[in-house]
Design a protein around this ligand. Structure first.
Ligand SMILES: [Zn+2]
Length: 280
């Protein structure tokens, strides 16, 4: 799933490319993707795009005094095409038609249709449930983490909980915990003040590092797959970039959690849940 850095670079690139453009019309072939009916999509016709912002993993396109709120979920992408869809683009959920036949499309790959958009009036933005329940931003300036993470839950779960802190998912959480030298299974309420501060520094540093890579490598048209400048996540079996111990992993049903036993878990190799389930 695209996380904060992928969404931030998407917001920046689309904003740079389209601010000041006029929306000629809106097409919604994926009618289930549109979660609001008032105002209708036609309310955007003739509207000028004022910019694109990010909140957590959500994108907000401002146009004509309205806000198009978008969640790409795991398989959605926002892409600008030089031509309107002549053949039916089966991945297209929503299309904004612009001048010179260009088209900004929300596309979704894979079988599940989970990406969504909402067209909101400005006064409804703050109260929108998807936005209202988001925790503070993980980047660029997250609040003190001690009070925020004070719960008897493992850091690996807490940091990915968008209601606790917004923007982090399965990929970058591994990089952040490794940079902070913290065990993914350490409980949030067991963090010392120093550990909480190290975690905050690691969060700012790692998300910023990825974004710097994207600033350099990601241009329009936005890629279907973003580069993954990971050093730890999914690198199990390889040497730790800091201490050269072999990186270990815990395999879950649809993702992997990678860590360094030497830097993060005092040498302990955490139980592999997939293996222990098979052995039952
Ligand atoms: Zn290490």
């Amino acid at each position: 799933m695209p996380e904060l850095p992928e969404m931030e670079i998407t917001a920046r690139r689309v904003s740079e490319a389209l601010t000041g453009e006029i929306i000629e019309s809106v097409v919604v072939p994926g009618i289930n993707a549109l979660k609001t009916f008032d105002p209708p999509p036609s309310a955007l016709e003739g509207a000028t795009i004022e910019g694109v912002r990010r909140r957590g993993k959500l994108l907000m396109l401002d146009a004509g005094g309205l806000v198009l709120l978008t969640h790409l979920m795991s398989a959605g992408r926002l892409q600008l095409f030089p031509k309107r869809a002549t053949m039916k683009d089966r991945t297209m959920r929503v299309g904004l038609r612009l001048s010179e036949d260009r088209e900004l499309r929300l596309r979704e790959f894979g079988t599940k249709q989970r990406a969504w958009v909402k067209l909101l009036r400005p006064e409804d933005v703050d109260g929108d449930e998807a936005l209202a329940r988001l925790g503070p931003e993980a980047w660029p300036d997250p609040p003190e983490l001690g009070p925020l993470l004070k719960a008897p839950r493992p850091l690996h779960t807490l940091l990915r909980d968008q209601q606790v802190i917004a923007g982090i998912g399965r990929t970058w959480v591994d990089e952040i915990l490794h940079a902070a030298k913290l065990s993914p299974f350490k409980r949030g309420d067991d963090l010392s003040d120093e550990e909480a501060e190290a975690l905050r520094e690691a969060m700012i540093g790692e998300l910023g590092r990825v974004l710097d890579v994207y600033e350099e490598k990601v241009a329009m048209p936005l890629p279907e797959k973003f580069p993954k400048p990971t050093r730890v996540h999914n690198h199990q079996g390889e040497p730790c970039p800091r201490c050269e111990a072999v990186l270990e992993a815990v395999f879950y049903e649809d993702y992997v959690m990678t860590y360094c036993p030497s830097c993060q878990t005092e040498g302990r190799v955490l139980k592999d849940r997939r293996l222990s389930r098979l052995l039952k």
